[in-house]
Ligand binder design. Structure first.
Ligand SMILES: C[S@@+](CC[C@H](N)C(=O)[O-])C[C@H]1O[C@@H](n2cnc3c(N)ncnc32)[C@H](O)[C@@H]1O
Ligand code: SF4
Ligand code: SF4
Length: 324
């Protein structure tokens, strides 16, 4: 790494581990580690945490990934107009059909060999509950020491069966329940939020229900996406404050920056910059090669995907899960 890359890596990786673990959406997961809670009670916890991360990096030579969201499918039971993964706008050809346990296992093994650890590992979609192998994937993920927290985000339109409930009963696992109870559907789909929650409570499975007790969950509209070459300083500043910095996506073996990038990578014409940024974890010849690519991935000032992303007319406080 040159000096500039090291500076970016410190900001966008070493320090991101703390920022991610203490971000509000992670706070809603009740499985926050005791270590973070302990540090929070101390003076300058962020600085101390950073020094520990830096030392780990020098000792292992491997990066920590603050949050990886594994897309098990881009198919969904719902059609949210402002979906942050643009799910209703995928064509049949660009959709990623539900994956299998065998493929998931290979992907996870490849990734874990190349990193120190992954702090938050999530099953997302589309709607991950569509995937029939989900229980096996959760069991396997929870058995891995290098995964510190495992979660599932669901729209609660499909209830978990006994096999899935059994897999979820693990102290490092939690479900993030999206609250779509107020959504008006144009078909006969129903949101079973209360039943889902009751099943989790009865089985002592940890879950979060963002903002249920205060204001109800709202959506923001998504940025306009089109190929563009934007000013680098503007993009560096945008990236610094963007939620997309927090969760890297792994879809069909390709590691990308944020929820929007899955749609861009699968459905739009790609610039050379984006093509160079994509990390295909299945094509690396060795764990060492993937380690180097992941370090480079975090050593950039912003993502090449940001060039396509136009946030100017974004609206906040929209009804959650409005259907198209
Ligand atoms: C993309 S979803 C995938 C899992 C599942 N289908 C669901 O909706 O819960 C992951 C999270 O992003 C949130 N989300 C999606 N679009 C959003 C938007 N436009 N504004 C705010 N949150 C959004 C969802 O509510 C959910 O908590
Ligand atoms: S927000 Fe979730 S439920 Fe809505 S379309 Fe996107 S993936 Fe499906
Ligand atoms: S492409 Fe860049 S600006 Fe757009 S959401 Fe992702 S990280 Fe943020």
């Amino acid at each position: 790494m040159n000096k500039r890359e090291w500076k970016n890596f410190k900001e966008n990786n070493l320090k991101l581990v703390w920022r991610n673990a203490t971000a509000s959406w992670c706070n809603t997961l009740p499985l926050k580690s005791k270590w973070i809670s302990f540090l929070k009670k101390n003076v300058c916890p962020e600085k101390f945490h950073y020094k520990v991360q830096k030392l780990r990096f020098w000792l292992t030579g491997k990066p920590v990934m603050p949050c990886v969201e594994y897309v098990v499918t881009t198919k969904c039971t719902m059609n949210c107009k402002h979906c942050n993964t643009f799910i209703p706008y995928f064509s049949e050809k660009s959709h990623f059909k539900p994956t299998t346990f065998e493929i998931f296992k290979k992907d996870l093994d490849i990734l874990l060999n190349a990193v120190d650890y992954i702090d938050y590992f999530g099953f997302v979609g589309g709607e991950p509950m569509i995937c029939k192998d989900l229980y096996k994937m959760i069991e396997y993920a929870c058995s891995k020491k290098k995964l510190h927290h495992v979660f599932l985000a669901t729209n609660c339109t499909i209830l978990p069966d006994d096999k899935l409930l059994k897999a979820m009963k693990n102290k490092k696992f939690a479900v993030q329940l999206s609250d779509y109870r107020d959504v008006q559907f144009k078909n006969n789909l129903t949101v079973k939020y209360d039943e889902y929650k009751r099943l989790l409570e009865e089985n002592n499975i940890q879950f979060s229900h963002p903002e249920e007790d205060g204001d109800r969950m709202t959506f923001i509209s998504m940025p306009e996406l089109y190929p563009d070459k934007q000013d680098e300083i503007k993009l560096t500043n945008l990236f610094k404050d963007c939620y997309g910095q927090y969760c890297q996506m792994l879809c069909d073996g390709i590691l990308t920056q944020c929820t929007l990038s899955v749609y861009i990578a699968r459905c739009m014409e790609l610039s050379e910059g984006i093509k160079n940024e994509l990390v295909n974890i299945r094509e690396c010849r060795s764990a060492g090669e993937l380690t180097k690519k992941i370090i480079k991935f975090y050593a950039k000032p912003y993502s090449e995907f940001c060039h396509y992303c136009h946030w100017e007319n974004v609206q906040h406080g929209l009804p959650c899960g409005e259907q198209i």
